[in-house]
Design a protein around this ligand. Structure first.
Ligand code: TYD
Length: 395
């Protein structure tokens, strides 16, 4: 049973960018209540209400992981490390997006699973065997019949999107070879609590894991965690290495280290999340105050990165056209559209980061380094970024 600790109000689906702002479109926009709870039994943080995945992972899915240099580099690096460490002959990726990870493997070694048909089309066009489907036991059975069991299953930013975790891990267990490994990474609840990144909560992030929660969940399966890494990706993620309980892998020292840190951070206590929720409310007040002050001085403020995270921030803090003129984003299929809920126009950085912009709210704060590097001339001429993590401030 989950106990609610945070209520962020009514939210749209983060991927539902609008093509046009017409009365009819706005009337049809789907909203749900975004609130978050803690399950005391499994130590797991999850959304109180799940949106139907068929509404989320459609043929119009906008996010392309290959758009960012940082992500390309980071997927190439983890692919190379996994190849060296496990020497896998048969590889599967769950949630392959536009192929940013699998492109680091030989085509006949790797297969992809991707529910969004527009993305599955991209990897198929690049000649990777792709199943355009949701991850499930049924699909796992089909895959092993056609493609044998896997030595490596990898998944980034996908497992936390799937409501039914029993189904996820049963399907993984069916698909893994005897000494196969399942490596997956997702945003880390430890980082969210630490840096107050409440914008990691949106319709797609239905669970945010810790080692403590995953260990509880896996204790009911034939799988175990044997290694773990806390990584910087997406503002703080956790990467789990999972295998069958009777596989050859021994638990590493990292496990004990992370477990102790999580206990110190009290990630297994409801009170931690109750306190976090107060900090979230303060963050909302601080951001609205800062933007109001800047607007009173007639400053031009835009937002950098039409991220899912900024959809949470803008809808929760009620930040719309009064504060933000428009959003800039490099993703071609986000440009020309409008952000969900607040309907801010999205344009390219070339067009949008003009001389009149005084402040850019960093919706893509997880790429702060890459963006600052890229936008040196904006900073040089006195342009400033606003971030809301770990605290609302101008940088
Ligand atoms: P992402 O990090 O996936 O965040 P979320 O999961 O919250 O959507 O998205 C980053 C967005 O920022 C993506 O739409 C691309 C955009 N972006 C830029 O516009 N310029 C950049 O330099 C970078 C790195 C990203």
């Amino acid at each position: 049973m989950k106990k609610k600790f945070l209520d962020l109000g009514k939210h749209p689906i983060t991927n539902s960018f609008l093509n046009k702002i017409k009365k009819n479109n706005i009337k049809k926009e789907f909203f749900y209540n975004l609130s978050v709870g803690f399950d005391k039994k499994n130590y797991l943080v999850s959304l109180m209400n799940f949106v139907n995945p068929k509404k989320q992972y459609t043929s119009k899915y906008a996010h392309r992981a290959s758009q960012s240099k940082t992500m390309n580099k980071s997927f190439a690096k983890i692919a190379s490390r996994l190849k060296k460490r496990f020497r896998p002959k048969k590889v599967l990726e769950i949630g392959s997006n536009d192929g940013v990870f699998i492109k680091n493997f030989k085509r006949n070694n790797v297969i992809a699973v991707e529910p969004c048909s527009n993305l599955a089309k991209i990897t198929r066009q690049n000649n990777f065997k792709t199943y355009n489907d949701f991850w499930s036991k049924k699909l796992a059975k089909k895959i092993i019949k056609q493609n044998k069991k896997k030595d490596l299953i990898y998944s980034a930013n996908t497992i936390s999107h799937i409501p039914n975790l029993n189904e996820v891990f049963s399907a993984v267990s069916l698909t893994l070879s005897k000494n196969g490994v399942f490596v997956f990474e997702d945003p880390y609840i430890g980082a969210v609590v630490k840096i107050n990144s409440y914008d990691q909560f949106y319709d797609e992030h239905v669970h945010l894991f810790s080692l403590l929660s995953l260990s509880k969940i896996l204790s009911k399966t034939d799988l175990k965690v044997f290694d773990i890494e806390i990584i910087k990706t997406h503002g703080g993620s956790i990467r789990f290495y999972v295998c069958k309980k009777n596989a050859k892998f021994k638990k590493t020292k990292n496990l004990k280290k992370v477990k102790l840190l999580e206990i110190k951070q009290q990630l297994h206590k409801f009170d931690t999340y109750r306190k976090f929720s107060s900090r979230v409310k303060k963050s909302k007040r601080d951001l609205r105050n800062l933007l109001s002050k800047l607007k009173a001085k007639n400053k031009k403020i835009i937002s950098y990165g039409a991220t899912y995270k900024s959809t949470t921030v803008f809808n929760y803090c009620n930040i719309g056209k009064k504060f933000i003129d428009y959003v800039i984003d490099t993703t071609p299929n986000k440009q020309g559209k409008f952000t969900p809920g607040k309907h801010l126009p999205i344009i390219s950085p070339e067009k949008g980061l003009d001389n009149k912009v005084d402040y850019a709210f960093l919706g893509a704060w997880n790429f702060e380094k890459e963006i600052k590097q890229k936008e040196k001339s904006f900073l040089k001429r006195g342009g400033k970024f606003i971030v809301h993590v770990p605290k609302v401030r101008i940088i």
